[in-house]
Design a protein around this ligand. Structure first.
Ligand code: COA
Length: 196
């Protein structure tokens, strides 16, 4: 069915969603009618955000885009793709270093379900250096990751690491003293409403 070929499944851990992911998703809409952002429960990673939180963050980011749907999935990716009557897995490639891993999982997925293809888009040069991990690391130390993640994700990172929520145009406040072992956590949430 032609209509089924126009659905792309973009799987990942999305812990959290970054602007690199957003860029791949929006560009894919030039090729597909619909992109399903498939948030994996089974990733082999220990995420900072729960599955529900990762889905919720992405849903909020794409709330006004009806051709982008966010769903959690469990189990094998290829089974999930088949359950959605889709034939294409979408992945982004940032660097040569991504290639070996992506090559391996795409071949494994093809072995499991030969009818499902993996399509790679080269990440935009602006996002070549970011990953969810590097964004989390910087955010956890109070660094400014605005512009690297959607504004809502930025607010969630601030809240998760106990920093004051700040607007996108506000300067980042000086770092609170980090909690040292055995000392009370000076950076704990201060009672303001948390956005996430
Ligand atoms: N811009 C910025 N960062 C990007 C990016 C882009 N365009 N594309 C990928 N990344 C980053 C991600 O943020 C992530 O960073 P992190 O490692 O710091 O978390 C990293 O590159 C790649 O991770 P991600 O895209 O989340 O994929 P993953 O490798 O964590 O997960 C799944 C891959 C979810 C697709 C895979 O685990 C899966 O299919 N799981 C289901 C079970 C299954 O079928 N397993 C068998 C597969 S053979």
């Amino acid at each position: 069915m032609a209509q089924d070929k126009r659905i792309a499944i973009y799987p990942g851990t999305f812990d959290p969603l970054t602007n690199g992911h957003v860029n791949i998703i929006r560009r894919a809409l030039r090729l597909f009618d619909k992109v399903i952002v498939a948030v994996a429960a089974d990733t082999g990673k220990t995420p900072l955000f729960s599955l529900n939180e990762r889905v919720d963050m992405a849903e909020k980011v794409f709330a006004r885009e009806s051709d982008i749907v966010v769903e959690p999935f469990q189990g094998l990716l290829v089974d999930y793709v088949a359950s959605r009557n889709a034939q294409t897995v979408l992945r982004g490639l940032r660097a040569v270093s991504d290639f070996e891993y992506e090559f391996q999982i795409s071949l494994m997925n093809r072995k499991l379900r030969p009818d499902i293809e993996t399509l790679f888009l080269i990440a935009d040069y602006r996002w070549l250096y970011i990953s969810s991990t590097i964004v989390k690391t910087v955010a956890s130390l109070g660094g400014d990751v605005r512009g690297l993640v959607p504004d809502h994700v930025f607010a969630c990172l601030r809240a998760r690491f106990g920093f004051d929520p700040v607007g996108v145009d506000e300067p980042i406040a000086p770092l609170p003293s980090p909690a040292l072992p055995g000392q009370p956590d000076a950076s704990a949430p201060n009672g303001r409403e948390q956005p996430c």
